[in-house]
Design a protein around this ligand. Sequence first.
Ligand code: 5RP
Length: 235
Amino acid sequence: MDIEAQKKAAAHAALDYIEDGMKVGLGTGSTANYFIDALGERVKQGLNVICVPTSIASEERARNLGIPLSTLDETPELDVTVDGADEILEGPLVLIKGGGGALTREKIVAASSKKMVVIADASKAMTAEAFGKFPLPVEILPFGAGATILKMRRAIEKLGMSGDLVIRQKDGENFITDNGGLIVDCHLGHITQPEKLAGKLRRIPGVVEQGLFVGIASVALVATEDGVQTLEKTT
Ligand code: 5RP
C-alpha cells in the first residue's frame, strides 16, 4: 500500500466508529478528506449524522457532499471526532497537529467530543525516541508576534530544547489561519517532555493554541503495509 492508499484505508476504518444519529467532528487535511468523502457516501446511502467541521476547507468539502453541518454553538457536545495528525506518540497517543494550520479549531472540536479517533498512514506513528521531528505548529496573534516568539524561544530553552522558530509562509506571504492568526513552526528535532512544553507554550500571552494534543486522542487507526492497526491510549 502506498501512502495515499494507507491514508484512505485508515479513513475507511474510522467509519466503524460512526453510528446512525451521531454528532461527528470532521478533521482537516488529506487523511481527514478521505474520511469526509467516505462519510459523504454513507450519508447518500441514508446514514443520519450531523457534523461540525474544523476548518473552512473541511466545511466546504462536507457541504459539497451533502453532509448535514452544524457548529459548536448549536451542537456543543459531539460523540466522536475523526482527524489526522502529523505525528502520533505511541502509548500516550500525544499528537502533533497543525500541519494544515487548523490546530486551534481541531483542538476545540476534539475536546468537545466524547472520543477522538486519529487516522494516519504508518509514517506518522512515532516512538518516544523519534517524536518531535515534525516542526511543532503554534498559532499566535499577529499583534506583538516578535515578542511572543521571543517568549516561546525562552520557554523552549528552559526545557532543554532548541531550534528555529519560523513564521509559516504561503505564496511569499505569511500564512493566515481561519482565525486570522499566524503559525509559528518550531523546528525542535525531538520533543522530550510534550506535556510540560504544551503547558509552557499555552501560558504565553499571544499564543492562541499550540499543536501538541495531550490526553485528547483515545484511539489511533494507523494503516501499514499489512493493514490497519488500532493503537489504544495506554498511558
Ligand atoms: C491540520 C492537521 C492535519 O491533521 C495534519 O497536518 C495531517 O495532515 P495530512 O492528513 O494531510 O497528512 O493537523 O491542521
